[in-house]
Ligand binder design. Structure first.
Ligand SMILES: [Zn+2]
Length: 81
């Protein structure tokens, strides 16, 4: 038997391409994705339909990300970046 370490708090999010901090995925992701489809048809064609804008709460800069980039992260308090 081995002790099980307490699971860290995890959330789904994206790594900010400006400051490399994880950004929590917004609940309004689906709505925003539809906005991107209407506003940026060329980007949608290039990257597929699974892209969305996301503003980083750490550095305040917004970029376009793909749903494929969403990953699980430990809570920010546990990160040593
Ligand atoms: Zn950032």
């Amino acid at each position: 038997m081995h002790a099980t370490a307490p699971a860290p708090v995890r959330f789904r999010g994206i790594v900010c391409r400006h400051c490399n901090r994880p950004v929590r995925r917004p609940a309004s992701l689906v709505v925003r994705e539809n906005i991107v489809k209407q506003a940026e048809p060329n980007l949608t064609q290039q990257w597929g339909s699974r892209i969305f804008p996301l503003r980083c709460k750490t550095c305040g800069r917004e970029s376009i990300y793909a749903l494929d980039q969403i990953d699980s992260f430990a809570d920010a308090q546990n990160l040593a970046l």
